[in-house]
Write a new protein. Structure first.
Length: 244
């Protein structure tokens, strides 16, 4: 099978890249992609079992508020000591960051999303915030989404994980890259880069300001619980009384 030049062979071997404990249950089960209808009768959806990082944390988070950039910039500007490692790691898990992204020893990711290892030292916090709030603002050329227009009028968007002389193999969901759709090349009339990121918006809308601050501390610290940002700041010593 021919591997697209913009992907490495390692990235194609999705099943070996998960390597994480826990089994997918309920809503996490790989399902037929939502944008796929029975009209494209020649396309085939395949699924494989996958593991997901849970760490004992439920990833069902309720809506809190729709955060704006201007509201969160002052929240993440000060990550002084005393942040919560536990809360930061829980937000990382609940937002399903590790499902897609590799992050040091914390997660291995899915192989088709950018590696977040060292992200706190490579990018400023405002850039990281922008990439979370507006994923399509700047698209990563190493991990492009592909848009396929089919003869029956449908448009399918996802990560092109394989390409042969006969078919395209598309992963439509970053959260479920093991669920792939095989589309005969004869059914495709146009292939082009998608202007929309595969990463969904609104990932921070389930969390409070303090939880988001701890998430950024967790990213800054590279997931190290012993980092200074998680150390309690000692209370200042009282000033000695002045002599009359």
């Amino acid at each position: 099978m021919q591997i697209p030049t913009r992907f490495s062979a390692t990235a194609i071997l999705l099943g070996t890249l998960w390597g994480l404990s826990g089994k997918a249950t309920g809503a996490e089960q790989a399902t037929k992609p939502s944008g796929f209808t029975n009209q494209a009768s020649t396309a085939v959806v395949t699924t494989q079992s996958a593991s997901f990082p849970t760490n004992g944390v439920s990833r069902v988070a309720s809506f809190h508020r729709e955060w704006k950039r201007a509201e969160l910039l002052p929240v993440i500007s000060d990550l002084s000591g005393g942040r919560s490692f536990t809360q930061g790691s829980e937000v990382f898990a609940k937002a399903m960051c590790g499902t897609c992204h590799a992050f040091g020893r914390i997660s291995q990711g899915n192989g088709i999303s950018p590696d977040l290892t060292g992200v706190g030292s490579r990018y400023s916090r405002d850039v990281i915030l922008d990439s979370i709030l507006t994923p399509s603002l700047v698209l990563n050329s190493r991990f492009p989404a592909t848009e396929l227009r089919l003869r029956n009028g449908e448009v399918m968007t996802g990560t092109l994980v394989d390409l042969t002389d006969d078919e395209y193999v598309i992963a439509e969901s970053q959260f479920h890259p093991e669920a792939t759709t095989m589309i005969p090349r004869a059914d495709v009339i146009l292939e082009q880069p998608s202007a929309t990121s595969s990463m969904p918006e609104g990932l921070l809308d389930s969390f409070t300001a303090e939880q988001i601050r701890d998430l950024f501390a967790f990213l800054d610290a590279q997931g190290d619980p012993d980092a200074r940002v998680f150390k309690s700041v000692p209370a200042p010593k009282p000033m000695p009384p002045t002599q009359p």
